[in-house]
Write a protein that binds this ligand. Sequence first.
Ligand code: SAM
Length: 262
Amino acid sequence: MTAFPDITRAWRSLADGAVLLDGFHALKHALRFGAAVPLAVATDRAATLALAEELAPDVGAVLDGLLTEVDEAAYRQLVPRPHPTGVAALAERPDREAALRTLDALPRTAPVVVLDQPRNLGNAGAVVRLAAGFGATGVVTTGPLDPWHPNVVRGGAGLHFATVVERLDVPDLPPGPVFALDAEGEDIRGVRLPDDAVLAFGSERSGLTPELRDRADRLLSLPMRPQVSSYNLATSVAMTLYHWSSQSPAGAPAATGTPAED
Ligand SMILES: C[S@@+](CC[C@H](N)C(=O)[O-])C[C@H]1O[C@@H](n2cnc3c(N)ncnc32)[C@H](O)[C@@H]1O
């Protein structure tokens, strides 16, 4: 076991500007999708490696070389909210310029998701997880929410590294036809979403901003009974990405047919 002050010092020197990976599954996903992870700790190294052997053997060797065991007190000093797996790590945030090049590149094989002024960190994390699962090109947020906030990364289960995640202003949105989702739009079921689509969703409280509406090429609605006012933001993204995937077998990933890990 590494001495408590050493690991704390190393952690503190790296933590500023780094991405906190909270728990085993976040670390597993980040490693799988190529994150640079300079430091990882576990309160029970042997148990963590056993979990990796069971659930994620593909990252077992990397974890073995990376994990430092710390006692419970040290772990609690490093993370704001202890995770049940007793695992935490720091990852380098991907380069913004490279991310913007990916978002701007055409032709695109999968849509970009835009969250216009989202407010809820958990929703934003759930959307990153959806984008990763569907192989979307990226998630762009407008407005003050930081899409790399630790609670968004927690909600995204470390899958920020499996897609592109950036904040942009509406005039700087990636190229491509903008399909904005709104309960008053035309029925999405009659519309084919192209692989280069920019799929935009409004904020939890007030929906799409006027600026985003002006930029939209089409407004689309999801099927919903009268008297239901709206769906949850992340749920709306899920339905829309599913709709795209069902029309684009080349762009969308196949169903896995493998058991879920978490
Ligand atoms: C919770 S809703 C926002 C509700 C908000 N009061 C409004 O006026 O739009 C968050 C976002 O999810 C999407 N959404 C929710 N229900 C939808 C529906 N039935 N059709 C299309 N988009 C929907 C929209 O993009 C919406 O801006």
